[in-house]
Design a protein around this ligand. Sequence first.
Ligand code: AMP
Ligand code: MG
Length: 480
Amino acid sequence: MNANWNFDNSYARLPERFFTRMRPTSVRDPKLVVLNRSLAEELGLNREALASEEGVAVFAGNRVPEGAEPLAQAYAGHQFGYFNMLGDGRAILLGEHVTPSGERVDIQLKGSGRTPYSRGGDGRAALGPMLREYIISEAMHALRIPTTRSLAVVTTGEVVIRETELPGAILTRVAASHLRVGTFQYAARFLSKEELQQLADYAIKRHYPDVEHASNRYVFLLEEVMKKQAALVAKWQLVGFIHGVMNTDNMTISGETIDYGPCAFMDVYDPKTVFSSIDTQGRYAYGNQPYIAGWNIARFAESLLPLLHDEEQKAIELAQEVIAQFPTLYETYWLQGMRAKLGLCTEEEEDKKLIGELLHLMYTYQADYTNTFRALTLDEWNFNEKEFRDWYVRWQQRIARQDITKDEVHERMRQHNPAIIPRNYRVEEALAAAVEYGDDTVMERLLHVLKYPYAYTKEQEEYAKPPAPSARPYRTFCGT
Ligand code: AMP
Ligand code: MG
């Protein structure tokens, strides 16, 4: 049986200092836990072959498929504001699979053993965090948010030692690429200008080939990445997604969400929401994400300086001119999305104020973010506070000034307000069943309802419930 892997490995043709060629470390006893059948199909892969013993051996790193050229990527990055040399410390890029329709995707094993970039780490991953990444990344995709995907999770038959012994696992991650802001920081800091330029040209060719009309191709790259990131973070804000560890090595050049470590969705609306146990300063709090994205883009701009202009001062001016646009750009995307969430299809000066008032009321009365919009969408609004009722009247008046029917308004809202998100307690429940009892059915059901978040099915209602008020504050941990 042939899985139909079709590798063509352009990254492996970059200069040697961008990676270390090496195979994944074999594991003892691989078992398939979950296979993403619809993604396999999208990629033109044979599902039966992927699920076979040979297929699973590939996901485990025990067998390198024909055409793959496994390597660990080098990168650097600012972690919580501090620059570090990093790299794939527990991941191996098998190569790039080219789909029947010509799309090129990275196939990466995460949790596949130590590499020269492991520093003190063991190169391994535990089952819980890998399933968590699988669930949330697939939920994000279903929410129409650009993201890396998850093709499979296998257990290794080995334990990893964290606070306790945990079952080891490997996630197969699929990405438009694994180029990061941190990859550019690595090149800018440690490699030659020629190598930096090769990386930039590579990124342009792979992600932004529309460059012909640009007067300066590296300014163009900066602008395009900035636009993608502004649009991405606006989408996160609109669904209440908190990434949790927006280090520059966790920001892609493609504009996909990457690195599902301590991420989680917000329940009650509060811009200060932080879930990550290590984010004690709230650097990556919900309300801070747009600023951090801008900060990261500034680091990207810095790394591109030698390419922007031969004279440093001119290069700095060019960079500043671009990144100064980030806040406005972000707000434009966000406002567009918020209007859609409220069923608005025209633009009025006062919209931003109307939206701001709603958010403020949600904050004051500790309303659930997702369910407030869900209730508005379903006409199940049940806030008794006078201020909320006043707001509702103003919103209705605003809607009445548009030339569309009430049905059309609600249809628009249904398209932009998810009926469900991966609620933290639901995710935990699914992980506990899978990891502690080897029962995958809870996760399968969750994955099933998360697949069509805008469908508003009966089945989803149960999953729309917010956590019990008594639930302890939710905490997340970096996925190590
Ligand atoms: P992350 O917090 O997942 O973005 O990872 C930051 C850096 O730590 C990256 O260079 C990872 O490859 C590395 N890393 C994370 N976990 C491990 C591990 N268990 N073993 C080795 N390296 C790791
Ligand atoms: Mg990372």
